[in-house]
Design a protein around this ligand. Structure first.
Ligand code: PHE
Length: 370
């Protein structure tokens, strides 16, 4: 019979540097059904009681020692494996996060925010109206005659059906119907007495037009000021203050040219002076200098008394000015875009380049020095 302690120590030595697979082989070899120590235990039955008394504890002791050693080694190996796995999976909080794609603010939205900000400093509220208008508010109330070319089907998008009042429905061709809506609201609220008005109305407008400088949908901002003693001087000062704040230059000249709109009298088209600096055309500087000149930016005038009366206000008591200005054009001039059509293509490369970050604040930190 082999020396039981030698057998035990041999297994203990193997266990000490076994991996998990080897450990299972050792367990089978020592303690399995046909294992070396199991077979030794079976020999106890054939022993004399005296032999059994001395051999029993030795063989059982060896079995327990090997079984315990296997359990401990297994636990140690499993702990180590887990520790290694955890170390490999550790979260490194100092790593930078993936750069999630970020949207941008469209230049038209940015410019609308800037307009609202500038005019808010001058005491104007923002008014809105629907893009689907009736021909009375879009044309008739604005003193636009039935024969006016703007009413033609090839200029204006009409809907096939009329509204309940029998009015033609259309996509508004300008923001001027918001003048009508605002004055009618005031007339209603004040039961015809009237009250001062100062609003701008930015929004979408539609005309049947398409080339590099015209898109069927475009944006305008309307301005309307009504009070008892408003005159053209207020109009000029307001536009000058607006244009200088918007283009962020104090040396911008304004030129008013006599013009005609059915809903203003007198009417004026307004140009801003440009000059050339370092080979680039910029709004501002001396329009009479080399390569300088004038650029039309808006239409304006004193609200026609008939329009005021059409809204239910007394034109002998209330008067004021209105203007209408293309927003897309303002954005192109300020931020240097060349093709208007690209504004509405939805190309992410374009918006990535010309768009604004969500946290960019409008540029007027100092406000309008009014
Ligand atoms: N509605 C005019 C246009 O679209 C602009 C305008 C507005 C002119 C207000 C005078 C007063 O061309």
């Amino acid at each position: 019979m082999s020396d039981i302690e030698t057998i035990r120590d041999n297994y203990l030595a193997q266990i000490a540097d076994a991996d998990l697979a080897a450990l299972e082989d050792i367990r089978v070899a020592a303690l399995g059904k046909q294992g070396e120590i199991s077979l030794l235990l079976k020999t106890l039955g054939k022993m004399t009681p005296e032999e059994r008394q001395s051999e029993g504890p030795r063989i059982n002791g060896a079995r327990a020692a090997v079984a315990d050693a296997i359990t401990l080694r297994k636990e140690a190996l499993e702990d180590a494996a887990l520790a290694q796995k955890l170390a490999g999976e550790a979260i490194d909080l100092t790593l930078s996060a993936h750069d999630a794609p970020r949207g941008t603010i469209h230049p038209v939205s940015q410019v609308m925010d800037e307009l609202a900000e500038i005019f808010a400093d001058l005491g104007f509220a923002v008014a809105t109206g629907p893009e689907i208008e009736d021909d009375w508010r879009n044309f008739t109330a604005l003193n636009i005659p039935e024969t006016h070319p703007a009413r033609a089907m090839h200029d204006t998008f009409y809907f096939p059906d009329q509204d309940e009042q029998g009015r033609e429905m259309l996509l508004r061709t300008h923001t001027s119907p918001v003048q009508i809506r605002t004055m009618m609201d005031v007339a209603k609220r004040s039961q015809g007495a009237g009250e001062p008005i100062r609003i701008i109305a930015p929004g979408r407008t539609y005309r049947s037009d398409s080339d590099a400088t015209h898109t069927p949908m475009f944006h305008q901002v309307e301005g309307l000021v009504i009070d008892r003693d408003i005159h053209m001087g207020h109009l000029k000062w307001t536009l000058e203050t607006f244009v200088r704040a918007f283009f962020e230059r104090d040396d911008i000249e304004l030129r008013m040219r006599p013009s005609y709109f059915p809903f203003t009298e007198p009417s004026a088209e307004v140009d801003v002076g440009f000059s050339v600096e370092k080979g680039k055309r910029i709004i501002g500087g001396d329009p009479y200098g080399a390569n300088g000149g004038w650029m039309e930016i808006l239409g304006s005038g004193m609200v026609h008394p008939k329009v005021i009366a059409n809204c239910g206000l007394d034109p002998n008591e209330w008067q004021g000015f209105a203007f209408g200005c293309g927003i897309d054009r303002l954005a192109m001039l300020k931020y240097g875009m060349e093709d208007l059509r690209a504004f509405f293509d939805g190309d992410l490369r374009w918006s990535g380049h010309y768009g604004f970050g969500a946290l960019d604040v409008p540029t007027l930190s100092g406000g309008v020095g009014a």
